[in-house]
Design a protein around this ligand. Structure first.
Ligand code: PLP
Length: 397
């Protein structure tokens, strides 16, 4: 892409062009530099590069790689952050963002409705190293206000929680956190980079599992930490490159190409999710249907202000509990039973017995993970076919 700094480009244009580095062959499609190492012209050149490498000079793929750099620059352009560091998985991104900035004696406040592995980091790993963690109801701004202290260093939450799709007020939390100088770190998977306004609303660091909508076809694990150059290069990168959490060049290439059509995919998937949520709402076999942009969602206004579309996932509670939910899952003909999300293939998950199985029953109840709850990630199939599949399966409930 030529220098277009004189006019701002839309994220969709940057998703196709930003970050591209062309080799001497002038290839159109981004090259995959499947190499762990790089050759130096002389011993002096090697010494100089180890002393200080620019963003276009590489040493070892754990430190950086041209394909990975292309992906980092492209997603930073879309997310509108100064920089990004690509990681081996979404969890490497969450762990890297938190552990790289925290030390013993620090205090963290986090929304309680978290992905199981995120909860493990906050509840088990950080306390082991002397970081105090306060878990609260992230939807309650008064709870954030009560929990944030002068020594709070970070506030962490999923902007839309898994699997009950609760929405956290990013701007509200950011105002409270910034008052005490704490960083706001947002796990933004459900908002997707296409619908995200997290940075504009005050998030300092945005992390994604790119395994989900960025790949979008269920092939590779990946993650990314988006933030200021200061945070990404001075805090997160040293920790990640020395502890082994970097993204592989092959996975970066898959993610880079995934970004080119991510916007088209997630808009189609979000439209299907909304159509399915509307078709299911009020169904006699369902106790509730949850989707952030449904008028019945308790935080619908906030969700509409924070996200251009409601996302690609909906959840619904089958009235007959676990047995009825299992009958519905087993009767699905198109939708697969699995646990990824953001995939081109629609996927249904029973959180209580799979992704959230480890949680004690009282915590499941507190988080709304009822025995009848099914999470459905809408894929790229025809919306009418999906509605028919789910309605047909509900006849078995
Ligand atoms: C999937 C997911 C993660 C973890 O990502 P991996 O790529 O599986 O490591 C973290 N947070 C949320 C909200 C997720 O959905």
């Amino acid at each position: 892409m030529k220098d277009t700094s004189n006019r701002p480009l839309s994220p969709r244009t940057m998703a196709v062009h930003a970050g591209t580095r062309r080799s001497q062959y002038g290839e159109v499609s981004e090259a995959m530099f499947l190499t762990q190492g790089f050759v130096y012209d002389s011993a002096e050149a090697a010494e100089a590069r180890f002393l200080e490498a620019s963003r276009e000079e590489f040493i070892y793929a754990r430190y950086g790689n041209p394909t990975v750099a292309m992906f980092e620059d492209r997603i930073a352009a879309i997310e509108e952050t100064e920089d990004a560091f690509a990681t081996a998985s979404g969890m490497a991104a969450v762990n890297g963002a938190l552990v790289s900035m925290l030390r013993a004696g620090d205090h963290v406040v986090a929304g309680r409705a978290l992905f199981g592995s995120c909860l493990y980091i906050l509840d088990e790993v950080l306390p082991r190293y002397g970081v105090e963690v306060t878990l609260i109801d992230g939807t309650d701004i008064a709870a954030w206000k009560a929990a944030i202290r002068p020594d709070t260093k970070a506030c962490f939450f999923e902007s839309v929680s898994n699997p009950t799709l609760e929405v956290v007020d990013i701007a509200g939390v950011a105002a409270l956190a910034h008052d005490v100088g704490a960083l706001v770190i947002v796990d933004n998977v459900f908002a997707t980079p296409a619908f995200s306004r997290a940075v504009e609303l005050g998030a300092d660091v945005v992390v994604y599992s790119t395994t989900k909508h960025v790949d979008g076809q269920g092939r590779c694990l990946g993650g990314v930490i988006c933030g200021t150059t200061e945070f990404v290069r001075k805090t997160a990168e040293p920790y990640l490159k020395h502890t082994g959490g970097s993204m592989s060049p092959f996975n970066a290439w898959v993610m880079l190409k995934g970004l080119e059509h991510m916007d088209l995919r997630v808009r189609a998937q979000a439209a299907t999710a909304m159509a399915l949520a509307e078709a299911l709402e009020g169904h006699p076999k369902l106790a509730r249907v949850i989707h952030p942009h449904l008028a019945s969602h308790p935080q619908c206004d906030l969700a509409r202000a924070q996200m251009e579309e409601g996302g690609t996932v909906l959840s619904f509670d089958v009235a007959g509990g676990k047995e009825a939910a299992f009958r519905v899952l087993n009767a699905l003909e198109i939708v697969l039973i699995s646990n990824n999300l953001g995939d081109a293939k629609s996927i249904a998950t029973h959180p209580a017995t799979t992704t959230h199985q480890r949680l004690p029953d009282d915590q499941k109840t507190m988080l709304g993970i009822t025995p009848g709850l099914i999470r459905l990630s809408c894929g790229l199939e025809d919306a009418g076919d999906l509605v028919a599949d789910v309605l047909g399966a509900l006849d078995h409930a």
